[in-house]
Ligand binder design. Structure first.
Ligand SMILES: NC(=O)c1ccc[n+]([C@@H]2O[C@H](COP(=O)([O-])OP(=O)(O)OC[C@H]3O[C@@H](n4cnc5c(N)ncnc54)[C@H](O)[C@@H]3O)[C@@H](O)[C@H]2O)c1
Length: 406
């Protein structure tokens, strides 16, 4: 396998026959990736695995493809070249290592794992078996974030000073399984949501976080995991980022993002709807499984760009932020919107697939590899630690962005 520079540029024309993709976990994330891969010219959806029969049946019906009960059977399927792991967090390490051990390339959902030791074990398995690993999707794959990274790296707005990322959602009151409300088992926003923000600001600021000082809160004793946090990240290059996340289902920051939801579809704002729905739930775990499993009517492809709250980048010569359809630059010569041309598929997931395609067909090392994923988890764990111990925490496993040929 050759290792050229990575690129965080746009999509490229696919070369060679479509790559066989297997999906492990036909829940919320799996369903979106199935939809994205089904329209990606470089991939063919070949198989899926999930212990629940209903999404398996729906998948078989839609793709006339194999749907296994056991992930090991999917990993033994010769038609599958790349395995996308979208099972609950606590299974990520085992499933990624199983796939790598069978010689499959791996796309692994965030968080990469629950501990740095598990990240190391995944990295070792990937290297031993000479396969590619991409940790994602995160919103760092969003076209608007990539465009802002290219502008920062190109120096168009001068030196980067700071990034402000904030997101207010209904996270805590979406239906949850018990472990999702237990931080020790990977529950809460530090494993589930904030990794999107960490990955994004690391990409924008070059990757190397020097230290973290943070506050985190769990304000609802009936759902005792962190749903709020504020963190200050200092980067080696002198830039800083502030991350704010609140998942208490009060203010919704999509109101400040043109009324566009996370995946890029217009979103009717309905105050407190998640809490009201939960009050009427008889069996929350069952509701969680049934609400999001593959096979529900598709929402159609989003018309706007995806985003994760509001991200404002401040450079010496101006500010910029993601807009509904591109990036708005507030520069010396006024305000200018750089539109992102519409492209087929689901933005964000498409770029994950593009990067795996480029790795397999062009030997191009992805930015979001195992060491990158570990560095993002390190920051999430440092936020938790800083909040608990009331002090600044230094980072030790950070890796830099290689912007590659531009
Ligand atoms: N990148 C994103 O924007 C994004 C969005 C949603 C979820 N995720 C990530 O995807 C992962 C799954 O989250 P979700 O919300 O889709 O959860 P989910 O509960 O909706 O789906 C998980 C699926 O995995 C299946 N599963 C459980 N054990 C399995 C096993 N041993 N083998 C095969 N399948 C198994 C479950 O039956 C379920 O269908 C999480 O780690 C989450 O962080 C990422």
């Amino acid at each position: 396998m050759t290792q050229n520079n990575p690129s965080i540029g746009g999509s490229e024309a696919p070369e060679g026959p479509p790559i066989g993709l297997g999906i492990v976990g036909l829940g919320m994330a799996g369903a979106v990736m199935v939809q994205a891969a089904a329209v990606h010219p470089g991939f063919a959806v070949r198989a899926a695995a999930d212990p629940h029969p209903a999404p398996r049946e729906a998948f078989r019906r839609d793709f006339q493809a194999r749907a296994y009960e056991d992930v090991a059977e999917l990993c033994a399927d010769p038609a599958v070249e790349v395995v996308y792991v979208a099972t609950p967090h606590q299974f990520h390490a085992a499933h990624a290592m199983l796939a790598a051990g069978r010689g499959k390339h791996v796309i692994l959902e965030k968080p990469m794992a629950l501990t740095l030791a598990d990240c190391d074990a995944i990295i070792a398995a990937v290297e031993r078996n000479n396969v590619w690993l991409i940790v994602g999707h995160t919103h760092a794959f969003d076209p608007a974030v990539r465009l802002m990274r290219r502008m920062i790296a190109g120096g168009e707005l001068g030196r980067l000073g700071m990034i402000n990322s904030f997101n207010y959602t209904n996270y805590l009151y979406r239906p949850r399984r018990p472990e999702e409300l237990d931080t020790a088992k990977g529950g809460g926003i530090l494993f589930n949501q904030v990794p999107h923000q960490i990955d994004t600001v690391r990409l924008l600021a070059g990757g190397l976080v020097r230290s973290v000082r943070a506050h985190a809160n769990a304000l609802d004793p009936s759902r005792p995991t962190e749903a709020g946090c504020m963190a200050l990240l200092q980067f080696e290059n002198g830039a800083a980022a502030s991350l704010v996340y609140s998942g208490y289902d009060h203010f919704d920051s999509d109101e400040w993002h043109f009324g566009v939801g996370e995946r890029g579809s217009l979103k009717p704002l309905s105050y407190g709807a998640a809490r009201r729905a939960l009050e009427n739930a008889h069996d929350e775990s069952k509701m969680r499984t049934e609400m999001f499993a593959y096979g529900k009517p598709s929402q159609g492809l989003p018309k706007n760009q995806p985003h994760f709250g509001v991200t404002i980048v401040t450079c010496a010569e101006g500010d910029m932020r993601a807009s509904a359809n591109g990036v708005t630059i507030y520069g010396r010569n006024g305000i200018q919107e750089v539109a992102i041309p519409p492209a087929p598929g689901i933005a964000g997931r498409r770029e994950v697939l593009d990067d795996m395609h480029a790795a397999l067909r062009l030997g191009r090392k992805p930015v979001h590899d195992g060491r990158w994923g570990k560095a993002t988890l390190e920051v999430a764990l440092a936020i938790l630690r800083s909040a608990r111990e009331g002090r600044e925490v230094a980072l030790q496993h950070q890796v830099a962005v290689d912007d590659g040929p531009r």
